[in-house]
Design a protein around this ligand. Sequence first.
Ligand code: SF4
Length: 312
Amino acid sequence: MKYCFGPVPSRRLGRSLGVDILPMKTCNLNCVYCELGITEKFTCDRAEYIPVQEIKQDIETVFRSGRHPFDVLTFTASGEPCLHSRLGELIEFAKALSGKPVVVLTNGTLVGDPVVRHDLCKADIILPSLDAVLPRSFRKVNRPAACVDIESIVQGMTDLSRQFDGEMWLEVLLVKGLNDSDEDIKALKKAIDQIKPCRVQLNSVARPPAEPWAKPVSSDRMEEIRRFLGSRAEVVVDFHSRLKEGFLPVVEVEILETLKRRPMTAYDISEILSIDPEITSTVLDKMLRNSLITKEIFQERTYYRPYAGNKK
Ligand code: SF4
């Protein structure tokens, strides 16, 4: 699996087969909470960063192997997937091949472009992010490239919501002291009322962030914000896996491939690969001893990630 990963037990979608369509950390934002670290390739240019034929081949191989049962196929990226200029073609291909719903996770910054909206409309579910509407808060939390404009994002999301036949779930990630003030939330509500997404999912910093000083908002404040935003809003709760059946072989390379996408706990890994937690723990200990991975504590949870010196 070169571009596909998982299936990841998504809190919202069930078993989600991820397809990563960009080189590592190619993005037009540099969010303080990004679990992938600081943006390395900061760009607003849409391009075929990875040849579309290679991605299609990988999807086809994974699908035909039948080894990785999934509920949805999710286009995501180690960055912003709408920067791939042939996203629309990839969505069409994945739907025709698998017959499964296709989801796109996007930071939403390019939806002011009608061509991007046309591509996104081929999907079944779109999950755009909108963390802040006030320009100064947007700059603080998302640290955008110069070409990104928050007004055009809100207008683009409004247009997309009108054009799109599927479901649009707006994701809002709140960082303590950066975008959680009453003024921020009032401005956000105004934008949400204009965009009219099907759902609004509130989240906070839950994995090791790019900036260690980025802290989560308290659960009381999250609940207060949820009430203010109205019935469309929900606080995203911990995922309780629906993956209880099936078996995938436990191999270090699969764990490494999965961890390359994002830091994960032993629990996450067990769920994704459908393996016994004790076996996961044994394999992770061995990988730690062999310096294949490292671990770090965040919010009282232990996360694993590939060892930086390991180029495998
Ligand atoms: S969180 Fe997403 S949008 Fe923000 S910098 Fe990371 S990859 Fe880009």
